[in-house]
Design a protein around this ligand. Structure first.
Ligand code: SAM
Length: 311
């Protein structure tokens, strides 16, 4: 039920590789506790529903729900909607995207965090089938207008403002806002053209490590300052000492992917190994490679010398 992109041999997988059969693919972004996802799966057993959600607690809750209800046509991904759309959905492979009550980010300075920006609509057009659509429901009028304008500006969608379908008003947040007496807004963004710029899957690599000559230092002080990486930032959060060396808890934030992973600095037969640990099956992305490069540079500053570089 849970999709682990690191374990998939090919990106994007074919829907039948994820679900065990063919069918029309629907993506729900930000499914929360998954009650809408489950209702959708029950109402359309012929559809294949892929949910993406950044909150680990919500993913767990929704997973339990899907298992309890025995829903075989749902797969859940713990991560951002854009990552799922980019890497888990084939070009022109998507019938529908559903976004119910997206985080509105009301402050001006946070607007760039909103999901339904012009760049998102452009990229999404490469994933939708001809006539495929995004359905938005929200209680937040300012965000609603923002999304309408963003979608319209692309010229890639016909935008239809409609009354919200009843099922979209049965989500956890819909019920909360209904009790608070809020109004609801709904629109369909129907694809009429496609952005000419392709949206290639995220590049991933088999390894990211280096072998260095010299002695393992007795302590490892890396500093907490952020390391800029392509499309984001990496931070060495903590260093723990183990028997053979050090584990460096590292956060790598890239455009649509945040990973907490362990880098290792340890003795090996050939010298000192510095690279990505296997713990948690991390994705070795460009940002992860850049974090390893930064780690290697800091080891070089302690007097170690690079023998082999696979970063
Ligand atoms: C306001 S809640 C709505 C939840 C649910 N759709 C509902 O109506 O009850 C917004 C949800 O979107 C999730 N979220 C925010 N940004 C996201 C992103 N980029 N990708 C996937 N989920 C996201 C949040 O964790 C949260 O669960």
């Amino acid at each position: 039920m849970l999709v682990r992109p690191a374990l998939l041999p090919h990106w994007p997988p074919r829907p039948e590789d994820l679900f065990g059969r063919k069918g029309s693919l629907v993506v729900e972004v930000g499914f929360g506790d998954g009650r809408f996802t489950a209702e959708l799966a029950r109402a359309h057993p012929e559809r294949l529903i892929l949910g993406a959600e950044v909150s680990a607690a919500s993913v767990l809750r929704a997973l339990r729900r899907m298992r309890r209800e025995g829903l075989g046509n749902v797969r859940l991904y713990h991560g951002t909607g854009p990552f799922a759309l980019r890497n888990l959905v084939p070009p022109r492979g998507l019938l529908q995207v559903i976004v119910n009550f997206p985080d509105p980010w009301p402050k001006e300075r946070h607007q760039k965090r909103r999901l339904l920006r012009e760049s998102f609509f452009r990229r999404l057009s490469t994933r939708l089938v001809e006539g495929g659509e995004l359905l938005l429901t929200t209680d937040h009028e300012a965000y609603f207008r923002f999304a309408l304008e963003a979608g319209q500006r692309t010229g890639l969608y016909r935008v239809e403002v409609r009354p919200p379908p009843e099922a979209h008003l049965r989500t956890k947040y819909a019920q909360k806002w209904r009790e608070a007496g809020r109004a609801f807004f709904h629109a369909a963004f129907i694809k009429v053209a496609e952005d000419p710029e392709p949206w290639p899957p995220t590049r991933r690599y088999a390894v990211a490590h280096a072998l260095l000559q010299g002695e393992l230092p007795p302590t490892l002080a890396l500093g907490k300052g952020p390391v800029p990486v392509r499309g984001g930032v990496a931070v060495f959060l903590d260093v723990a000492q183990g028997e053979g060396g050090f584990y460096v808890l590292t956060r790598v934030e890239e455009e649509d992917l945040t990973q907490d992973l362990l880098l290792e600095v340890r003795r090996s037969a050939q010298g000192v190994y510095a690279g990505v640990g296997r713990f948690g099956s991390p994705l070795v992305t460009e940002g992860v490679r850049e974090a390893v490069r930064a780690l290697v540079r800091r080891l070089e500053a302690t007097g170690l010398r690079v023998l082999q570089d696979h970063t």
